[in-house]
Design a protein around this ligand. Structure first.
Ligand SMILES: [Fe+2]
Length: 369
């Protein structure tokens, strides 16, 4: 038995940003975005669409939302905009995840109860009547956060990463408009595209997989393998941006039901300790993880070989390595200064919540097949 559930209303296609006022249906909204959105003209475009419904703008979201600065933003949002029912998040995964952390009220408007929940799981039951709704406008093709209930929140001072996940962290709607992605720099296009590829594979070699998630993930992976190299050579090609946007959406929908697995579990410490961008940190290990995944389940093996157009596992691993290396992404842990600690990191990552989703978790010994 299995089920697939995703409550996010998806609106897609170039120009679909224009639907935003209809989706708000007269509600006022706070716009949360990233600093460069103004220079790119996006902040103004969304502000004009919102007109008098725009309650305010928070535009200082930086990569990897950290509790160190989320606290001040949260308290400002709930002091100044407590009665605003909607948040519009315009940006990549960091912006959308940051917005998710702003949705729920605390009794005093202070951030401390949210932080307590993140740090030690302290029960956090916000007044549901005061919850804000989230409409996500992704400007990258990668995160999937626009169709998942998860927010990755960082606590660099404590050397930790948290996952915020509640019934109310699902976005109400997502607008997937490739025109918002056309000016994304090449490096961010690469990192976000590989994040989406990682979501697709992680959803396939996952104990929570189901026929719908695997079908979506396989379509996403095939499309990214074919499209991303072309897009990196022609980053302003709107047709290629649309293909990547669809693939990232498919991968997002897939892992919205499975969560991620070992490659993501490995990645978080690498981002915290070495500052490697999330999309690179969660993708350079994919060939290693593929090697570990093969041999666990015949239907998963068949799907992975089909995606990589390979006749046997070794060829599939080699093809995935060549794909990443051809994009300038080293698959060697030593490149990231991780050679000595790699085996220990692997064992630790397998024990984390995401690692336990991995199809080969618990299969001993954990050595490449
Ligand atoms: Fe990711």
């Amino acid at each position: 038995m299995w089920n697939f559930h995703n409550p996010v209303a998806v609106h897609a296609g170039t120009g679909s940003l224009a639907r935003l006022p209809d989706l708000l249906a007269g509600r006022r909204a706070l716009l949360i975005t990233f600093p460069d959105a103004a220079a790119l003209g996006m902040e103004q475009a969304v502000a004009e669409l919102l007109g008098t419904q725009l309650a305010g703008i928070e535009n200082a979201v930086h990569p990897n939302p950290d509790v160190a600065w989320l606290e001040a933003m949260y308290e400002r949002v709930w002091q100044q905009h407590a009665d605003v029912p909607c948040i519009v998040a315009l940006g990549g995964g960091s912006v959308i995840d940051c917005a998710k952390a702003m949705l729920a009220p605390t009794p005093t408007g202070r951030f401390a109860p949210v932080l307590g929940h993140l740090r030690d799981g302290t029960d956090f039951a916000p007044d549901r009547a005061r919850l804000k709704s989230l409409i996500a406008l992704p400007t990258t093709a990668g995160t999937g956060s626009e169709v998942t209930p998860w927010a990755t929140i960082w606590d660099a001072a404590a050397g930790r990463k948290y996952s915020l996940h509640q019934a109310w962290t699902w976005p109400e709607a997502a607008i997937i408009d490739a025109a918002l992605m056309r000016d994304l720099p090449v490096a961010a296009t690469l990192a976000s595209g590989l994040d989406a590829l990682s979501h697709a594979f992680e959803s396939i070699w996952n104990v929570n997989r189901n026929p719908v998630s695997s079908t979506l993930a396989a379509a996403a992976a095939r499309s990214i393998l074919a499209t991303l190299p072309q897009l990196l050579r022609a980053p302003r090609d709107i047709a290629l941006r649309e293909q990547m946007a669809l693939a990232a959406l498919q991968a997002g929908l897939a892992f919205s039901n499975t969560r991620t697995a070992l490659a993501h579990s490995l990645s978080y410490d690498i981002t915290l300790q070495a500052g490697v961008a999330h999309g690179i940190a969660c993708s350079f290990s994919l060939p290693h993880v593929l090697q570990l995944a093969l041999g666990c389940d015949a239907s998963v093996d068949a799907l992975l070989l089909q995606i990589l157009d390979a006749t046997h596992g070794e060829q599939a691993v080699t093809r995935l390595s060549i794909f990443l290396e051809s994009l300038g992404v080293s698959t060697d842990p030593a490149h990231y200064g991780l050679a000595d600690s790699w085996e220990a990191r692997l064992q630790l990552a397998l024990q984390g919540p995401r690692g336990r989703n991995f199809i080969a978790a618990g299969v001993a010994p954990m050595a490449p097949r």
